[in-house]
Design a binder for this molecule. Sequence first.
Ligand code: NAP
Length: 460
Amino acid sequence: MAIQTINPFTNSVVESYEEMPPEAVKAIISIADEAFQHWRKTAFSERAALLHKVAKLMRAQSDQLARLITLEMGKLLAQSKGEITLSADIIDYYADHGETFLKDQPLNPTFGEAYIKSTPIGVLLGVEPWNFPFYQVARFAAPNIMAGNVVLVKHASNVPQCALAIERLFREAGAPIGVYTNLFLSGSRVDEVVADVRIKGVALTGSEAAGASIAAAAGKALKKSVLELGGSDAFIVLADADIEQAVHWAVIGRMNNTGQCCVAAKRIIVVEEIAEEFLNKFKAKLTGLKVGDPMEPQTELGPLSSQGAADQLIDQVKRSVDAGAKVLLGGNLIDRDGAFIEATIISDIKPGMAAYQEELFGPVAAFYRVKDEQAAIELANDSPFGLGGSIFTQDIEKGKRLAEQIDTGMVFINHPTWTQADLPFGGTKRSGYGRELSSLGIQEFVNKKLIRVSKLTDPF
Ligand code: NAP
């Protein structure tokens, strides 16, 4: 895949970059490995000071960085600004809490003394997607740099200017060379980096195909991987839900980032009693969203990240309709320049259809009516994915009971699946394994070393 900025609002090529040749990649890994030998010995306070500086610079440059996101992948500008704030919050969060999360853990053996020390493991590779070009990198880089590791980031090939901007922020903040490095590399060459003996772990956020490929390469080289893959979150609305609130959040849950969130509310599952009322209100809100330039504040529906992404989504809708699904709203590319598709609702979706099995990565809601809450849970669980999900009900205890029956990494009650620095993020089933964010995210790539003190008089 060419490393290029292509503005999805116009589909025109803005900037192209050369891929790094294998020798350059080897040299970058050597520099990172050398940097690790120093960085692993730094105090937490030094690492925290660097991260706080990066977060500060990010906030100070928020407008300019947000415009880069919007230019490269089409996110509405206000949402791009929100992403910059969230990313800076995550970086500050690990600067503030990393030392506590990694402090020595005393054990309580039957005799003598023992404790766990968390130590960094080396150079890590992060392979990141375009849909949140700053946030995804923040949640990989900040905890790992705080833990004393150093990182190489291979960003998605369609957001090269965002990739360079993040590297520049680390440089401006005074990061020693090799602590944070951008790699311009296509996805097909990631295996060669994973195989390098100096790389100690790899984290990917991306598609199932990339996940399977990276996990195989990491397995072959006997190193750890963390995979954050796709999802098809159920958004369940029960009969006792506050319908206005549920509709409000369904629109945000499905349409945020033009529907291109791993945890978007992709399957809207509503119990029969209120399905018609919910659908009418949901459809009314999606009808007539103002389509336009994502840089303009009044725009409500921008382009997808690329023409290829728009074409693929329309193909999924078409294959579902050919198999018997019904289009209740939209369903087409918008006849204008850029990667635009209509806000879409489809229904009558049955097992085996594309819309049932596959992730719909854009503004297409799959709408299901079910007879009761048990049927809602069964449908929610009948998915290859296990990332997030939500339940809308006014009975919180019932919401919790049902949440425990959903096979995903995250369930939100009365809110779409969401993210913040202090909540763990990750999935199960084909949505991947491992966690990012919170106290859990920083534990993935550290050695939990046992230190045991014995006396000569201790038993065997
Ligand atoms: P993608 O095609 O898998 O790309 C993600 C990254 O993987 C890019 O840097 C890409 O590089 C690289 N890549 C592609 N093929 C690869 C391979 N065979 N081996 C190694 N690396 C490879 O995914 P995407 O379309 O950019 O992102 C959307 C997907 O990410 C969706 O499925 C979404 O749900 C998922 N996602 C998951 C989470 C989560 O936390 N669970 C969060 C956000 C997104 P190139 O760009 O050079 O191809």
